[in-house]
Write a protein that binds this ligand. Structure first.
Ligand code: 3PG
Length: 417
């Protein structure tokens, strides 16, 4: 048991039918339909292998894309092929989830056999339940079609999908409500790494927050500054720009228009409130880079600019690197600028290299941040790389993760049996 959740060590899976929920949601190459990255598949392998090795009949459920990211809402057939390749053993696949064909295939599984069902998000109940207008209670999720059909075929449920732990859905919460349930190896590992950053970091603890998802950065900032988990927050990207507006700097028409068009203006007031309370612990850009046909650096006192802000400047980078080097814990989410473009790569490149080389323990998460680390070839040197994005942000913002709660309820049920 870890953090109130049963682990693989708490069950004997020999000969049992296990419903294993993994998160192998992966970027897809739109031109070829092939997997563009198999990081999440690789991270799920130890649990899959462990279960198959002890002779469990392993039925894997997973999602790919969603209805807002329709281009990626595709079949899991390529995932099954990649799993088989990486595991070096057959992985069955069926283009069904809980219809009669899937049920028959599950019933026919032999000990040690692996089967991947198709994309659970082909089912309306799996997607609609986590969209704001329909939110089912755990009891209602336990009565969904997927749970009613699959749970009776299995002895237990293992959740390996920490990256989707923020989703109220049948395959994540519903199954844990009705079956003996445990967290898989990756689930427990990732939850533990983030729990340390949130509740028990070594100090000084520095949060490096950038990117364009301002709502995420602000909700994390409020929480970790409030609890004292973070000693210092280094702001960059659009988050840093909103901080500059809150400090009273005019950024110039193109940047302010972009912030307005993205609906981010309300964050300026929030930034002001945060600066009023925690001003000495929030570092803001001292200089910026603008796109003037080439990279041009300006101190914040030289603003506003007629050119778009695209990165932090070198004085800011030097100041942030100093804080990173002094930190015992470094949490990273959101690049410093548009790192895909040469004109604005410098901030993220230098910060990410500094984080990789820093003596402190680093934890990095979120699609863009991890992709940037891969691009700068520093991924291997990060302390811990999370597979989760949205789930990680919600957890660090102090929100309850429904799948964690469901697994804890399952552990309590088990204890009273
Ligand atoms: C992710 O990509 O963050 C996870 O797979 C969860 O996906 P979701 O945010 O679409 O639920």
């Amino acid at each position: 048991m870890k953090a109130g959740i049963l682990t693989l060590d708490d069950f004997d899976y020999r000969g049992q039918t296990v419903l294993l929920r993994v998160d192998i949601n992966s970027p897809i190459d739109q031109a070829t339909g092939a997997l563009a990255n198999d990081n999440r598949i690789r991270k799920s392998l130890p649990t899959i292998k462990e279960l198959a090795d002890v002779g469990a009949r392993v039925v894997m459920l997973a999602h790919q894309g969603d209805t807002e990211d329709y281009q990626n809402l595709v079949s899991l057939a390529p995932h099954a092929a990649r799993l088989a390749e990486l595991l070096g053993r057959p992985v069955g696949f069926i283009d069904d989830i809980c219809g009669p064909a899937a049920v028959a295939r599950i019933r026919a599984l032999q000990p040690g056999e692996l089967l991947l069902l198709d994309n659970v998000r082909y089912l309306c109940e799996e997607v609609s339940t986590f969209v704001n207008y329909v939110q089912l209670t755990p009891e209602q999720l336990a009565r969904t079609w997927l749970v009613r059909t699959l749970a009776p075929l299995a002895n237990c449920y293992v959740c390996e999908a920490f990256a989707a732990a923020h989703r109220y859905s049948p395959s994540l919460v519903g199954l844990a409500e009705v079956l003996p349930a445990a967290g898989g190896r990756l689930f427990i590992e990732e939850f533990g790494a983030l729990a340390d950053v949130k509740d028990n970091p070594k100090h000084p603890c520095v949060y490096v927050l950038g990117g364009s998802r301002i709502a995420d950065a602000f909700s994390m900032m409020k929480q970790v500054l409030g609890t004292g988990a973070a000693d210092v927050v280094l702001t960059s990207g659009l988050t840093g720009e909103v901080m500059l507006l809150a400090q009273g700097y005019a950024l110039g028409e193109p940047t302010e228009r972009l912030i307005g068009d993205k609906g981010l203006t309300p964050f300026v007031a929030e930034a002001r409130a945060l600066l009023a309370t925690y001003g000495d612990r929030i570092l803001c850009p001292l200089d910026v880079a603008v796109d003037a046909g080439g990279r041009l650096e300006l101190t914040v006192n030289q603003l506003p600019s007629d050119h778009l802000l695209v990165d932090i400047g070198q004085r800011t980078i030097a100041r942030y690197v100093e804080a990173i080097n002094a930190a015992a814990t470094i949490f990273v989410n959101g690049p410093a600028g548009r790192y895909e473009q040469p004109i604005s790569v410098l901030g993220t490149d230098l910060l990410w290299h500094a984080i990789a080389a820093a003596p402190g323990y680093s934890v990095i998460g979120g699609g863009d941040s991890v992709a940037a680390a891969a691009r700068f070839k520093v991924l291997e040197r990060m302390g811990y790389v999370c597979t989760s994005g949205g789930g990680m942000v919600r957890y660090l913002s102090g929100q309850e993760l429904p799948v964690v709660s469901a697994l804890r309820r399952a552990a309590q049920r088990q204890a009273t049996r």
